[in-house]
Design a protein around this ligand. Structure first.
Ligand code: AMP
Length: 416
């Protein structure tokens, strides 16, 4: 691959507590170098790097922290110098309704938001400061998971609790996975516009015939799961709330529970708030219901294995997972003036053909009709629709690309 292929690239960084994911993306989005620094701070720290041709190499960086890992990553990237860095930032509170160029003031604001994302925001700050220390002149942008959902109306983002908690402490719903919902809904709009000029897409949704406006329900189903209602490119409601715990059942997160559960567990079992929080975030979801695994593939295998002692638990977990997604999508449709279709994305949404089929079946009053052969083929990064000819609404699988979206918003923010 010639060096000029990587023209004016943007470096996208997703910094976690002990990991740092990176992607160097060319301005035309045709070329990408990616990698993951993991186990940072431990003896096993290493970088798994994939070059322009997709070839993998592993570099040991024993004991390295985020900054030391980044120095090595920039060395590996060598001549491919980024012109800007975009950081995935988790919680932008109500202060950030769009991507923000890093400045002393913006960084201070992000630090003030730490109580809203105590695990994630400090990791983002470490990543930003590591780049500042190495390349002080390089422009950096924070792209928030929450920003896309700042268009939600108050009826969707307020909790029915005393208003002082909102007015003084900004306790409200924020929503997450914004870059993913933004990417797949934009892509769905683009693909629908292309199709409507070429074939019978107008057969779908006769109620909105003649209207060019598009309303999408997007289901991001991965280890974390959320759904959103997006109309004309704006998020109108979503399933996650103040924290990413609200809403759908996830890998290890419970999603919705009765808000009275905390008090009940404290009174009856003497559990502390910290224990309850850890239980709902780390020991619940697919893991909690099966008692074995947070991984959907493993759950599906368990459900199909007549000899597995947890087969019944796995079947129940699958039923609960799909029912909860269907129930949320149905509820979120209330936010949309018009509905064009549903988009599935995330590791489960992009690969779990059986899960998609069950979710569609659970939405039995929506007039959805699925093309099973098309559905079965949409796995491993395939993009396409799987509605049948008589479906009232479109059904799409669109592999998410949060890194591309972060690079795009970074360039837009900097006017590049
Ligand atoms: P993500 O967080 O987006 O990487 O998604 C991770 C989830 O996707 C895990 O629960 C995986 O088990 C699930 N997943 C990946 N491949 C498949 C598959 N072929 N069928 C069902 N789930 C899958």
């Amino acid at each position: 691959m010639h060096k000029s292929a990587m023209h004016n690239p943007t470096l996208v960084i997703n910094s976690g507590s002990s990991s740092l994911k990176y992607a160097l993306i060319s301005a035309d989005n045709q070329h990408r170098i990616t990698g993951l620094a993991e186990n940072l701070g431990a003896n096993e720290a290493q970088i798994v790097h994939k070059d322009l041709n997709g070839e993998k190499s592993v570099i040991a960086i024993s004991g390295a922290n985020h900054k030391e890992a980044l120095v090595t990553i920039l060395e590996i990237l060598g001549d491919y110098k980024p012109i800007a860095v975009g950081h995935r930032a988790v919680h932008g509170g109500h202060e950030f309704s769009q991507a923000q160029r890093v400045s002393a003031a913006a960084l201070a604001q992000l630090k003030r938001l730490t109580p809203l994302a105590p695990l994630h925001n400090p990791a983002n700050i470490v990543g930003i400061e590591a780049v500042q220390a190495i390349y002080p002149q390089l422009p950096q942008v924070m792209v928030f998971d929450t920003a896309f959902h700042q268009t939600m109306p108050p009826k969707a983002y307020r909790y029915a609790i005393p208003k002082a908690l909102y007015e003084t402490h900004f306790i409200r719903r924020y929503g997450f996975h914004g870059t993913s919902h933004a990417y797949v809904s934009d892509r769905a709009r683009e693909l629908t516009e292309q199709l409507s000029t070429t074939n019978n897409a107008s057969k779908l949704n006769p109620s909105s015939e003649g209207s060019k406006k598009q309303g999408w329900l997007t289901a991001h189903l991965g280890n974390g799961c959320s759904a959103a209602a997006i109309y004309e490119g704006k998020s109108l409601d979503t399933s996650m709330g103040l924290t990413p715990l609200e809403g759908l059942m996830m890998g290890t997160r419970s999603g919705d529970v009765d808000p009275g559960l905390h008090a009940h567990l404290k009174h009856t079992l003497g559990m502390s708030l910290e224990d309850i929080d850890a239980m709902l975030n780390k020991q619940s979801g697919l893991l909690g219901v099966t008692g074995v695994s947070n991984d959907m593939r493993a759950v599906e295998e368990m459900a199909a294995d007549n000899t597995h002692p947890n087969q019944a638990d796995a079947n129940l977990a699958l039923e609960m997972f799909c029912y909860r997604v269907a129930k949320y999508l149905a509820a979120l449709s209330c936010a949309l003036p018009e509905l064009t279709g549903i988009v599935f994305t995330g590791g489960i949404g992009e690969n779990g053909a059986d899960i998609r089929a069950r979710i569609v079946a659970d939405m039995r009053h929506f007039g959805l009709q699925m093309d099973s052969a098309k559905n079965a083929k949409l796995i491993r990064g395939q993009e396409g629709s799987f509605h049948g000819d008589n479906s009232r609404y479109a059904l799409w699988v669109i592999p998410t690309d949060e890194e591309y979206r972060i690079a795009l918003e970074t360039r837009q923010t900097l006017g590049l």
